[in-house]
Design a binder for this molecule. Structure first.
Ligand SMILES: Nc1ncnc2c1ncn2[C@@H]1O[C@H](COP(=O)(O)OP(=O)(O)OP(=O)(O)O)[C@@H](O)[C@H]1O
Length: 596
């Protein structure tokens, strides 16, 4: 079966990309001047030129480090002609870094020792004085521009100066919407705290609650990083847990707009009820995010003192994605989402001298499993290592996948939105979003997993015709997403292109692996499809009947379901989805619950 796949790839001319291109050689390949026929300012060529002009020394050295990480290629690409494109998706963008040095900042020697960067990023430079002065802050800055250090550093500095801190109490609470992000913040806190007498710990779902309660009560950390659900659990169910917060001086809402939206609101309200009255213990509130809508601004006010400051490092006319990240869209039917993803991954590998580090975002956890199972069945060497991460995996498996992908020089991480915000995976060159993103904000956060800390990257969103209403959203229209063309553009060779032959070729490869994906995964992906698109009927312009018809076509044509009957779906689930009476579902009555 797999031999078909091999033959598809071996039909192309075998290509050897010069794997030993040194960073210096590569930079010579980059255009030094903007060509007269170059398109918009978004072209990678112009970014590369700007980079060559303005790289501060700290960034130049990081650039060299990342460029030297490229591995020799091991694949035969779908269309080898694209290989002549000089790899520039690692071009850097310095617009988010300031000329302020940490060495000159009014901060302790202990903190200076713990910081590995020389220059402050914009958001760090523009917030540090206000934060050190104890103001409540609502801060908006682009993804990947160093917000974590922007809230950790001044908070730690303020705590270090407080002479009346109660020992054995938590002084600073950082709230994070996801477990992975909480652990990542803790890592960054640990390196900042290396020379301070402070400690940090976390309280996140998926860990043993009893042993964590014990540990936190026995040795309370100075800084606790928590996900809201688990913190509420502790506060409500662990005796004396709320006493740990009696001297809380700083509270941080990372990804504030997500924490304040309807999904977390109830938990946040509960958490705040357990915190000491701000009139008795003066507490600083720091709210950070890359996306802050008007409504969120209004809600955020409730969490801050009336004289709070709103700081945005976005210029007034600036759209909220990195200008230097080329973004493209491809409109194809559902069965072509996986083949198109494969084709783009292979193309990116060629564009990056055989080494791609890409993330593929999908709307549901089950769709993640499906893509993962299919792509990992491709013949060895077709793709770099493939990883999956989503909420249905155990916490140790999530940590393992996130850590492995962080470390990986090349790889493909298939993910649900659990890694969409805040996660810092170094060197990601391509973000693919296949299927409808939840909203414009989530699109921005997912895209923000590339082009971090001044590096370059690209984004592609793959949608069906019905999902393409997303591209017509007012906010999304401003992002400058351009359609993927059928053939490579001479004007901008760094943009992805895809013709029908390439898509068919990738489709053939996918057809060979679909039978290897388990029926259970396909059935679950089908049910998740029904659930997810049921929530977007209006945008999709589907009736409930059309939803079911589309899901039934999806399971056979896109997922390769070959069962005699469609996957079953429990009666109670059908009721919850409001699909009762809609023809075309294979409804089963839920098995009775075992009596206690
Ligand atoms: N001053 C700096 N100079 C260079 N790199 C920096 C600087 N500050 C932070 N970084 C690095 O930039 C990367 C992104 O930082 P961070 O994760 O804090 O971004 P963020 O703004 O919180 O992103 P997101 O919006 O996705 O949450 C990290 O690898 C971090 O180490």
């Amino acid at each position: 079966m797999l031999s078909t796949t091999r033959s598809i790839f071996s039909r192309s001319t075998r290509l050897m990309i010069p794997s030993t291109t040194s960073p210096a050689t590569r930079s010579r390949h980059r255009p030094r001047k903007r060509p007269a026929n170059a398109g918009s300012a978004r072209t990678m060529a112009s970014t590369a030129t700007a980079t060559a002009r303005a790289a501060p020394p700290h960034l130049a050295s990081t650039q060299q480090a990342s460029a030297s990480n490229t591995q020799p290629p091991s694949l035969v690409p779908l269309h080898p002609q694209t290989a002549s494109i000089p790899p520039t998706s690692q071009a850097r963008d310095e617009t988010h870094f300031s000329a302020k040095r940490f060495a000159d900042a009014p901060i302790s020697a202990a903190s200076k020792k713990g910081i590995k960067h020389e220059f402050m990023s914009d958001v760090q430079a523009s917030t540090i004085d206000y934060a050190l002065a104890g103001h409540d802050l609502l801060v908006q800055a682009k993804t990947g521009t160093g917000k974590t250090l922007a809230f950790l550093l001044p908070s730690v500095e303020r705590l270090a100066k407080m002479t009346d801190l109660e020992s054995r109490k938590i002084s600073m609470l950082v709230l994070s919407p996801t477990r992975e992000l909480a652990l990542q913040i803790e890592e960054e806190a640990k390196s900042l705290l290396a020379n301070h007498p402070f400690t940090s710990n976390h309280a996140i779902g998926g860990t043993n609650m009893q042993s964590f309660s014990r540990r936190l009560l026995e040795t309370p950390p100075t800084i606790l990083i928590a996900t809201p659900g688990r913190l509420v659990d502790h506060l409500e169910n662990t005796p004396n847990f709320s006493h740990l917060f009696k001297d809380l001086r700083v509270i941080v809402y990372d990804e504030a707009d997500r924490l304040l939206d309807a999904g977390f609101r109830r938990e946040l309200d509960k958490i705040l009820k357990f915190m000491p009255d701000r009139k008795q213990v003066r507490r600083q509130a720091l709210l950070f995010s890359a996306t802050i809508s008007k409504e969120i601004k209004e809600i955020a006010k409730e969490s801050m003192m009336p004289n709070y400051k709103f700081i945005s490092t976005l210029r007034e006319d600036e759209v909220n994605t990195h200008e230097h990240v080329p973004q493209q869209s491809l409109i194809v039917p559902f069965p072509q989402h996986l083949p198109a993803t494969l084709a783009f991954l292979l193309q990116d590998r060629v564009k990056n001298s055989g080494s791609t580090k890409a993330m593929v975002f999908l709307p549901t956890a089950r769709a993640v499993s499906f893509f993962y199972e299919a792509l990992s069945q491709l013949p060895r060497g077709t793709l770099p290592p493939v990883y999956e991460i989503h909420s249905r995996k155990s916490q140790p498996a999530r940590v393992k996948a996130a850590d492995a992908f962080k470390e990986a020089k090349q790889g493909v991480l298939i993910s649900s939105d659990v890694t969409a915000r805040g996660m810092d995976f170094p060197g990601v060159t391509l973000i693919i979003q296949a299927g409808l993103p939840a909203n414009a904000e989530q699109y921005v956060h997912r895209l923000g997993r590339t082009a971090r800390a001044g590096a370059g990257g690209r984004g592609i969103v793959i949608l069906t015709e019905n999902e393409s209403f997303f591209l017509r959203d007012k906010a999304v229209r401003e992002f400058g997403i351009t359609p993927v063309a059928a053939s490579p553009s001479a004007e901008n060779p760094h943009m992805a292109s895809l013709d029908s032959a390439q898509l068919a070729e990738a489709g053939e490869a996918i057809q060979t692996v679909l039978p290897l994906v388990s029926n259970e995964t396909k059935a679950q992906t089908y049910r998740a499809f029904l659930g997810f698109y049921n929530g977007s009927l209006k945008g999709m312009k589907w009736t409930r009947e059309e939803l079911v018809r589309s899901a039934n076509a999806y399971v056979t044509e896109a997922l390769g379901w070959t069962g005699e009957q469609l996957p079953d779906i429990e009666k109670k689930t059908v009721g919850k989805m409001n699909l009762k009476g809609v023809p075309g579902l294979n409804i089963v009555v839920s098995p009775p619950r075992p009596r206690p």
